[in-house]
Design a protein around this ligand. Structure first.
Ligand code: FE2
Ligand code: FE2
Length: 347
């Protein structure tokens, strides 16, 4: 591992959760809970979220054929013959402002198809921001193809970028960081990651900055993925903003965690990202339950895209949830949600 510069060291010790070095990987030491059992992650002024791309893939039928083919949905994603040309990807730029006006920019996920992601990065000027060191790190929510397999596109512009992954990654995902070519699955990365790699252990509240925390949830996920991590922001005078990749842990688990474990968690203000409710088809009884169950949290701004599924978003609108609409541009399927190239500000 490259020696830590003094600036990096100062920045590392300045964050709330200390970082423990273990060979090439580091683990975040979680914050301690107060007597109340709740953790204070501090506060920030605002969170600006730009959807670089929420489109995981182009054609549902094509994806589902591969997903259900071979040994079925339990088979490892690394063993399946995906149609690479059907791949797009999920990636988000987060710009949080601290109470003293400082901005921290980072990425949540890096998409799937490398060429598609490169187009998106250029459109949103992410390429230049990465090259100029204006994006501090990359958080990978989970190992799924549409969030992680476009790794090379980020590394092309900054191979030294700090990366946060859930500690539950499989060996195939770890190898991709060092450069790998999985021919059957059609995924490769030819650029070795040279920066710091931080593994987040499930259940720990990892404070990244005042008002920003990263939490991994441990669960088995379809096509043999394990664990997903999501972000919480505590926006002063507004409340908690929940930001997710696919939310395989479910929105109910995600929101309940904030309520039970974070100071201020009883006041949930905003929601952004994929909720994995009906990614492939019409509403089901379980999906109805999930959407109805979200109501009790009282979110003031709801921006759910990606694998949430359009029927679920439409149901949220019918139920009177404060759904934020988008522009439906750059390949997003609908203007019912914040989509590709759209931005939402919490705060
Ligand atoms: Fe996804
Ligand atoms: Fe996923």
């Amino acid at each position: 591992m490259k020696e830590m510069t003094r600036r990096e060291f100062v920045r590392t010790v300045a964050v709330g959760g200390a970082v423990l070095t273990l060979g090439d990987a580091v683990l975040h030491k979680p914050l301690e809970a107060f007597a109340s059992g709740k953790v204070d992650i501090g506060q920030c002024k605002s969170v600006r979220i730009r959807c670089i791309s929420e489109l995981g893939w182009f054609d549902n039928k094509n994806l589902v054929t591969t997903l259900t083919g071979g040994k079925g949905p339990e088979e490892s994603q690394w063993e399946k013959p995906w149609d690479y040309k059907n791949g797009a990807g999920s990636s988000t730029l987060i710009d949080m402002e601290t109470l003293n006006g400082r901005h921290h920019r980072f990425l949540l996920d890096t998409g799937w198809n490398r060429e598609y992601m490169d187009e998106c990065f250029k459109r949103e000027k992410i390429d230049r921001m990465l090259e100029h060191g204006e994006i501090e790190f990359l958080v990978i929510s989970h190992e799924h193809l549409d969030h992680y397999w476009g790794l090379e596109t980020t590394l092309r512009y900054n191979p030294e970028i700090r990366i946060y992954i859930p500690s539950t990654f499989y060996p195939e995902g770890m190898k991709l960081l060092a450069g790998a070519d999985y021919k059957t699955a059609g995924v490769k990365n030819s650029i070795v990651h040279g920066g710091k790699l931080i593994k987040c252990q499930p259940g720990h509240i990892n404070k990244l900055y005042d008002g920003c925390a990263l939490v991994a949830f441990d669960l088995p996920i379809v096509i043999r993925v394990r664990g997903e991590q999501s972000l919480y922001f505590n926006v002063k005078d507004k409340g908690i903003v929940c930001v997710t990749g696919c939310c395989h842990q479910t929105i109910l688990t995600f929101a309940d965690f904030a309520r039970k474990r974070l100071q201020g968690g009883e006041n949930l203000y905003g929601l952004y990202g994929g909720l994995h409710i009906v990614p492939f088809g019409p509403m089901t009884p379980e999906a109805e339950k999930m959407v109805a169950g979200m109501g009790k949290y009282g979110f003031k701004k709801v921006a759910c895209n990606h694998c949430t599924g359009l029927p679920a978003v439409k149901r949220m609108v019918e139920l009177g949830y404060p759904v934020v609409k988008g522009s439906g541009k750059f390949g997003s399927q609908s203007d019912f949600y914040v989509g590709n190239g759209d931005e939402i500000v919490f705060g």
